[in-house]
Write a protein that binds this ligand. Structure first.
Ligand code: SF4
Length: 294
């Protein structure tokens, strides 16, 4: 089990700098994440904690609820969108014990604050009623990130997250409410999750779950992510090492590979059109921010 360290935060949510994202603030309860995804993009964030163990030394902002309320009061009714996560997963395993999310959602209900969340954990269903209640007073978007339908692959690359079927079930449940739902098919990992059959099954499942949108993205490998990802490939899938490595120029995938994958994705989107295509609409979201969602 990881080591959990309680800390006090000065700020519960932080302003997001990019104007292309459909939210204004990030709120991360935990620094570090026990889902242990092998491609985790957030590992860089631990250097601000003077720690190198992103997966096994996890910081818990135990005063986050009271700090959030102070921040919301200071906004005086401004209903800017909060992304419940953004760096780490607020429904990672320790949330079962700390139970900080329910009180956070209750505050969002009280102040009518729109929210977006993406998770890999079906612990979110514990708070189903609260999200449904929030969606009656503000826009809510619940998404799950799913990379593969193959459970053996999922266990290898996202060992402590919920199964892909459990994540699809989250979408099915929320699609019965006012909550907007989306599937994040990302990162698409060359040679591991990029087969036509895997992606087609994900698109088909997304359609069956009646999601409102999907996002796709290819694996980028920056900084520690690249080092640790290739350590994992060398250890567990050594036969793929050279092949995967050959697709990358530094942190980014080469354009040949990218073009081929994008063509496949275009065909899949045409083959599995969404019945109920809708975008996250919250107050103060500009049209250009919506381009992220398809
Ligand atoms: S759920 Fe997100 S933050 Fe957590 S380990 Fe996986 S990629 Fe990293």
């Amino acid at each position: 089990m990881p080591k959990y360290i309680e800390i006090n935060c000065k700020s519960a949510c932080n302003k997001v700098v990019s104007s292309f994202l459909p939210y204004h603030f990030d709120l991360n309860i935990y620094r570090g994440c026990f889902h242990k995804c092998k491609y985790c993009f957030a590992q860089y964030s631990h250097k601000y904690m003077n720690s190198t163990d992103f997966f096994d030394e996890i910081y818990v902002k135990k005063n986050i609820v009271e700090v959030l309320e102070k921040q919301l009061i200071s906004k005086r009714g401004k209903r800017e969108v909060i992304n419940l996560g953004g760096v780490t997963d607020n429904y990672q395993p320790i949330e079962k014990e700390y139970k900080l999310m329910p009180d956070i959602i209750k505050l969002l209900i009280k102040y009518k604050i729109p929210a977006i969340i993406s998770t890999k954990s079906n612990l979110i269903l514990r708070d189903f009623d609260l999200f449904a209640e929030l969606s009656k007073v503000a826009s809510v978007n619940v998404a799950t990130t799913i990379t593969t339908v193959n459970e053996k692959v999922r266990e290898l690359i996202e060992p402590n997250a919920s199964t892909s079927m459990e994540r699809l079930n989250i979408l099915k449940e929320f699609s019965k409410t006012n909550v907007l739902t989306g599937i994040h098919i990302m990162p698409i990992i060359p040679e591991i999750t990029d087969s036509y059959s895997n992606l087609a099954e994900l698109f088909s499942n997304a359609k069956d779950c009646n999601v409102n949108y999907y996002i796709t993205d290819i694996l980028n490998l920056r900084g520690e992510t690249k080092i640790n990802f290739f350590k994992f490939i060398k250890g567990k899938l050594p036969h793929l090492y050279n092949k995967i490595n050959s697709y990358y120029n530094g942190a980014y995938i080469n354009s040949n590979y990218e073009n081929k994958l994008n063509n496949m994705l275009i065909k899949l989107k045409q083959k599995y059109p969404l019945k109920n295509k809708k975008y996250f609409l919250a107050e103060e979201i500009s049209p250009k921010q919506l381009t992220l969602f398809e």
